[in-house]
Design a protein around this ligand. Structure first.
Ligand code: ZN
Length: 379
């Protein structure tokens, strides 16, 4: 990625690389239209990127079905290496990806303590285990909490951290460029560049898991103020008859929709301790209490989707997070609640459902590292 590193942030070469990475393969004609550049400029700008293996010429196509065949530009798969790591309160979970954010390898390391030095060591051992002999171009770390632009974790409740310069500490250990980002923001970047939001200017992301997360892309920009890391949507009211959260809100998203909340409601009713997956399974199999809890959570999620779509006017909401299987079990309740809270004249809200596993969070972290190396700046 040394070639790109020599260009100033947001330079035409970087924007060209981004356009091909997100939208490719694209013909030179289409690219010159999108970027407002002449085909001659495009050819000049693409040459060093092709030589550096960031772009390549794809198979010949007939543009518009007529004229001379052209070879579109694309980003080759399998080249370059990025590492994305999702940090939780008890583990560092990592993926290696190529420049297209396709997963090449995964590794996980438990955290022996919450001390910054121990967490950095755990991350370093994940990086070592992901080593496949190729140089790593960038490391992205994703963490639930508030993060500053310079990679300092201002607040991470799961680790009881305040003001930990994680980016600097990790860069000192590895010598590799490091980006640190709030986990939901990173996931949103991953959706925008490489997931269900590719090529879509306005969309939102809702995550269900240990918490309830919300990400937003407006006019192709991820909306990510520092307070994005506070998880503010978690206290949005979704069920006037729901249980209380720790802040005393009745039926807020955090009290109804998190995996712990769903398990907790089932436990209160049955005095049985079940995992989240078991509660969902029982609901699938028609268990009365599990069904009530899960359907109620589905209706709450639908209410939240409708609120997001109504207030931000997006028509696509991407559902993700390790608890997103809720969306499969309670899909009817989600749809019904969305319809209930939307104007019948409004455009339908499209839902995209992403995979459940932790790899998706780690890929988001890798996406931020890729974005930083392509654009020269984050976001
Ligand atoms: Zn609350």
């Amino acid at each position: 990625m040394n070639v790109v590193a020599s260009f100033p942030p947001d330079s035409p070469s970087r924007l060209l690389a981004r356009e091909v990475l997100i939208g490719g393969p694209l013909s030179r004609g289409e690219l010159s239209r999108r970027l407002g550049l002449s085909v001659a400029s495009l050819t000049r700008l693409s040459k060093p990127l092709i030589e550096a293996g960031i772009l390549q010429e794809g198979n010949e196509i007939l543009e518009g079905g007529v004229g001379r065949p052209t070879r579109p530009l694309e980003v080759p798969g399998g080249t370059h290496r990025f590492i994305g790591i999702k940090l939780t309160g008890d583990a560092a979970s990592g993926v290696t990806t190529d420049l297209r954010c396709q997963t090449i390898g995964t590794a996980q390391e438990p955290l022996v303590s919450e001390a910054a030095a121990d967490v950095v060591s755990a991350i370093v051992s994940v990086i070592d285990r992901l080593d496949d002999g190729n140089a790593v171009d960038g490391i992205g770390i994703s963490i639930g909490g508030k993060v500053s632009d310079d990679g300092t974790v201002l607040r991470a409740p799961f680790l009881h951290w305040r003001d930990v310069p994680l980016g600097r500490l990790l860069h000192e250990r590895t010598g590799i460029p490091v980006t640190v980002e709030n986990d939901v923001v990173a996931l949103t970047v991953g959706e925008q560049w490489f997931g269900a939001g590719r090529g879509i200017s306005n969309f939102a992301v809702l995550t269900v898991g240990a918490g309830v997360g919300y990400g937003l892309v407006i006019n192709d920009r991820v909306i990510a103020p520092v307070d994005a890391g506070l998880g503010l949507v978690g206290h949005y009211p979704v069920d006037s008859a729901g249980p209380l959260c720790q802040e005393g809100h009745r039926g807020c998203a955090g009290a109804v929709l998190t995996m712990a909340a769903i398990r907790g409601q089932f436990r209160v009713a049955t005095e049985e301790e079940c995992s989240y997956e078991e509660v969902l399974d029982r609901a699938r199999n028609g268990d009365r209490i599990a069904s009530l809890v899960v359907k109620n959570a589905g209706a709450a999620l639908g209410t939240l989707v409708a609120a997001v779509a109504n207030l931000t006017m997006v028509n696509l909401v991407v559902l993700s997070g390790e608890g997103v299987a809720l969306a499969d079990v309670a899909s009817e309740e989600i749809t019904a609640a969305i319809l209930e809270h939307r104007d019948p004249e409004a455009a339908p809200v499209r839902l995209a459902r992403e995979p459940t596993d932790f790899g998706q969070w780690a890929r988001g972290a890798a996406a931020v590292a890729i974005q930083r190396s392509i654009l020269g700046v984050a976001r």
